[in-house]
Write a protein of this length. Sequence first.
Length: 276
Amino acid sequence: MSRGICETWSRIPVSASAKMEKAMPTATTTAIAVIDLGDVSTTGSSQLAARFTARKLGGQTLINRMARRLSECQLVERVYVVGAGLPATILTSGFADIDCIDLPASHVCERLCEAADASNAEWVVYVPANRPFIDPTLIDQMLAKAGRTNSCDYVGYRTGNGDPVAMDKLGLTGEACHADTLRRLRRNVDRLVDQQVGSLAAWLMTAPGAYHLKFIPVPEKLNRDDLRFSIESEEDWDDAEVLCETMPEADSQWQELAQLVLANPCLRDSMADRNA
């Protein structure tokens, strides 16, 4: 049993009202999703991500699971896996309908641009490679917003207090950035804040020039500090394994995940401590 999980943890039935039918958004733009493993040749969080990508969660490797969930997005045309110094196991995995791009000694903006250039997509959804529960419905809603917003460089979620960085810990969404905006960032890559920050919003807010950022309030049920679905530690991985074993369906949506966690005080407390 994972640390922080109550012994009384059990399979919790999810009511029909908690299930939300997949949104049917429309958009006139083209979009791709890019799973970024970071620079696996360096120390820090990127090495951590590379270590977890080879592990299996619910019978699938972390990358396979993320790619499958992203392929379920109605507004995502293609999924890419990018990184600097990608392991051979990733490059030769033969993901169906997924392209792998290895760009040595690169900034994440350069890797995202490489995928954008290869696909000619207008929008790129950036997803760090530590989000096994990435939610297709939330991604589609974000892209639908991007398609309805004129002259917008970026669309992402944020909490009720206006913090977009908290979404990194929640681990259910990505960030959508216009391809031309990423190319502007690439030209100033040496002047961006520390790339370990890992947030496109943070770079856009500090990069030279003016950018139009649009933020969507995260669903109220997710607007909490005791939910954490990203993988940044062994404790996070333990929780993810328990969630996969407990969820009634492999493709559970964010409502079901939240309901499972909120029904378990020990897990909520453990997640809150790691989010602090």
